[in-house]
Design a protein around this ligand. Structure first.
Ligand SMILES: NC(=O)c1ccc[n+]([C@@H]2O[C@H](COP(=O)([O-])OP(=O)(O)OC[C@H]3O[C@@H](n4cnc5c(N)ncnc54)[C@H](OP(=O)(O)O)[C@@H]3O)[C@@H](O)[C@H]2O)c1
Length: 277
């Protein structure tokens, strides 16, 4: 099957909903044929592009976010291209909903081979003047949800690694350059992303030898709603037409997931060529 990426062609953020199906791609040879993936934060930006990319590689995808309509549009594009997609609605800041999402995804496809923890939120601000409610939102979504989703997914990923078509399963966490580089005015977001990096490495060590690969993706400035919306970080002197597109990050995530079973790509930072820090 094949689907055209709704973010392709340097679409502006407002155009990032799913729009059209594209030309055909052989399905039988697809690297993720017979696999099921759960992508969080798939109603826009990097998550939507990743779900499309994984579907194009043959995976059945479950997509989750709060905006069901956007997810339904994306699912229609995937299905029009011959793929399988299930829409799940959840507020992942709520731990119970995050855990339930994993079980619902498994119920859809009777397996889970891939989890992409992508949903995230940013609110800029200093520690001194920041809004505590915004801190909690970032901690709950960017870190706590990753923890709950990952723990809930582990038994299913272990089963997929043991019995699945690839002999391996993948858990990919989307962090940020902010997960490596600390800047004033972005401390809490940066702290949540550093925590995701630490969690990813601990989990990697924990599951080594059991067939689960843990990958960490650290995007730089990427044209999405998050990066262009009200809470967005300063562009740091990089003109927006030089930023990454969501599909650039989706390509990196797909690269990690489609490696041969003995190859684990544990960390990738992807910056625009024009971004210094
Ligand atoms: N864009 C950048 O420059 C950049 C740079 C570095 C890292 N990142 C990271 O990339 C990831 C994806 O962000 P993006 O840039 O693609 O931004 P985006 O377009 O704003 O996507 C964020 C996604 O998270 C979902 N989400 C937000 N709150 C949620 C909640 N409470 N429950 C469930 N889903 C929720 C949103 O869906 P709903 O609103 O429908 O729930 C949306 O699908 C994030 O982890 C972000 O930190 C982005």
């Amino acid at each position: 099957m094949s689907v055209r990426d709704p973010n392709a062609g340097h679409a502006e953020p407002a155009d990032q909903g799913a729009t059209a199906a594209g030309a055909g791609v052989a399905h039988g040879d697809a690297p993720l044929a017979g696999c099921a993936a759960l992508v969080t934060g798939a109603s826009s930006g990097i998550g939507a592009a990743t779900a499309l990319s994984l579907a194009r590689q043959g995976a059945a995808v479950a997509v989750v976010a709060r905006r069901t309509g956007r997810l339904e549009d994306l699912a229609a594009v995937i299905r029009d291209g011959g793929g399988s997609c299930s829409v799940l609605t959840a507020d992942l800041e709520d731990a119970a909903q995050a855990r339930r999402t994993v079980e619902e995804a498994v119920a859809c496809f009777a397996r889970l081979d891939v989890l992409v923890n992508n949903a995230g939120y940013v609110a800029m601000g200093t520690i001194g003047e920041g809004d505590a409610a915004e801190w909690e939102r970032m901690v709950d979504l960017n870190f706590n949800a990753v923890l709950h989703l990952s723990q809930a997914a582990l038994p299913h990923l272990l089963r997929a690694a043991a019995n699945g078509p690839r002999g391996v399963a993948d858990l990919v966490n989307v962090s940020s350059v902010g997960g490596r580089v600390v800047r004033r005015n972005n401390g809490v977001y940066s702290a949540t992303k550093h925590a995701v990096g630490a969690l990813s490495e601990a989990l990697r060590q924990e599951v080594t030898g059991r067939g689960i690969r843990v990958g960490l993706i650290e995007p730089g400035m990427t044209v999405t709603e998050m990066a262009t919306g009200p809470g967005a970080a300063a562009a740091r002197g990089v003109p927006q037409d030089a930023w990454l597109r969501a599909e650039d990050i989706a390509r990196a995530i797909t690269f990690v997931i489609t490696q041969p079973p003995h190859v684990a790509v544990n960390e990738i930072m992807v910056r625009p060529t024009a971004q210094e820090h």
